[in-house]
Design a protein around this ligand. Sequence first.
Ligand code: DQA
Length: 151
Amino acid sequence: MPHTPVLYVLNGPNLNLLGTREPDVYGRDTLADVEALCRTAAEGAEVVFRQSSEEGRLIDWLHEAGEKADAVVFNPAAYSHTSIALHDAIKALAIPVVECHLSNVAAREAFRHHSYVSPVAAGVVSGVGPFSYDLAVRAALRLARARAARS
Ligand code: DQA
């Protein structure tokens, strides 16, 4: 990868409320805190950090990432458990997409145990709070570098 790697960090519905939303589940850090953590973890890679509660907008951003980014970290939030459209959008990408959750979705309600995103993600990080993003950013950039080395 001769150029500075570009990483999209995309966040789904309700994640704009981090810090005040169910702090016992999601903690007290805000989305701005998570963004700062991602920029530190990215160690000089260019980070495009966005949040939307609209499924179609997230799909458009995934398409955009396919054109402009080397990897994606994606917390699809509740759409993880419902969205075949997000599954299809990720399947269409050649770049690695790492799914990321603050909470341990496997330890929560049964409806959170299935993710439409996991089967098409390069990997999943879940359950360690904001540190999930730190790990996901590092993993996504490592996967992007490995992919570039292969081509
Ligand atoms: C979440 C887990 C999802 O089940 C939930 O709908 C969210 C956040 C997480 O980061 O733990 O909104 O993706």
